[in-house]
Write a protein that binds this ligand. Structure first.
Ligand code: ADP
Ligand code: MG
Length: 295
């Protein structure tokens, strides 16, 4: 394509809400055959709400909310915001945690009012040699079977509760994925969340269960992209989180949600300004047209 055509393509992209880092990006956009989509914040809104609290025998629900909420208040994760907002609604203010630490892909840990508190995936508790009692394990399974994310809460060496959180699929996601497929591309869902939740989201937007890659640790997302590339695929990655930055950079084409983190936007080749996934098929169509290959 001529430099003028590339300039026009870039300008048209801006009108469609697609910011293109440089004209050369259109070339990689054109070649893509597989689109890997992050779940939380990309396919879903990322605005989670706390739906239920299941407590262990003898545990006070208000205490669960207060300690878990205080710890999550220090985290930016969508799950953390849901838990902290639920607690703030109830208590107004929360104690400040000490020794707070994020455990990427697993949860958070810290000390609240003298209690050593953990909030996160069941695996986080397992790392501290704790196991959910049968009642809480049953609540966890039921939540996940229903497509909700189950979060475990423990303090002072005892599992105390399971929280249920969920977010909604964006209204535009299913249409975007239908259009990607119509362009001959294979959409895949990639997430750190558990398989049942991931498959429930996939079902809602029309991604095949065999194209769901779940329970992937943040640092391993990049390896999933490498593996697909090693299979001979030309991979576009769409993401919004700090977690997605390395995978966005590794992909043949990185598409960052404009509503996402700065780290994702810096790592991407394209920014979907409005956070609307339909801009992804728009970008690919635009690149094919600009470079004169209508498939
Ligand atoms: P995603 O890939 O969907 O954006 P992450 O890799 O950030 O998700 O997190 C994976 C899982 O780890 C979450 O679904 C949640 O179960 C758990 N998790 C991560 N951070 C937190 C937190 N701050 N509090 C509770 N759970 C968390
Ligand atoms: Mg995300």
């Amino acid at each position: 394509a001529t430099p003028t055509a590339l300039m026009v393509g870039t300008g048209r992209g801006a009108q469609l809400g697609i910011l293109i880092k440089g004209p050369e990006v259109l070339e990689s956009t054109r070649k893509v055959d597989t689109v890997v989509l992050d779940k939380t914040g990309t396919v879903t809104t990322g605005r989670m709400t706390l739906l239920a609290v299941h407590t262990a025998d003898g545990t006070d629900e208000a205490e669960v909310l207060r300690l878990a909420g205080a710890l999550e208040h220090a985290s930016e994760h969508p799950v953390a915001r849901a838990v902290a907002d639920g607690a703030i609604q109830k208590f107004g203010s929360l104690p400040a945690p000490e020794d707070f630490a994020n455990v990427p892909g697993l949860g958070v840990q810290g000390v609240v009012d003298g209690h050593a508190v953990l909030v996160g995936r069941e695996r986080l508790l397992e790392e501290w040699a704790m196991e959910l009692p049968p009642r809480l394990a049953a609540a966890r399974s039921e939540a996940e079977a229903g497509g909700r994310t189950a979060i475990a809460v423990a303090w002072d060496g005892e599992p105390r509760a399971v929280l249920e959180v969920a977010d909604a699929v964006k209204e535009t996601s299913a249409e975007a994925i239908t259009r990607l497929r119509a362009l001959g591309l294979t959409p895949m869902l990639l997430t750190g969340d558990n398989r049942a939740v991931a498959e429930s989201v996939a079902r809602q937007v029309g991604i095949a269960p065999e194209h769901v890659i779940a329970e992937v640790m943040p640092q391993d997302k990049v390896d999933v992209v490498k593996r697909l590339q090693a299979e001979g695929r030309s991979v576009a990655m769409v993401g919004d989180g700090v977690n997605d930055a390395a995978a966005l950079a590794q992909a043949d084409l990185g598409l960052a949600m404009g509503t996402g983190t700065d780290a994702a936007i810096e790592a991407g080749d394209l920014t979907l300004v409005r956070g609307d996934l339909r801009a992804a098929p728009d970008a690919i169509r635009l690149a094919r047209r600009t470079l004169g290959t209508i498939r």
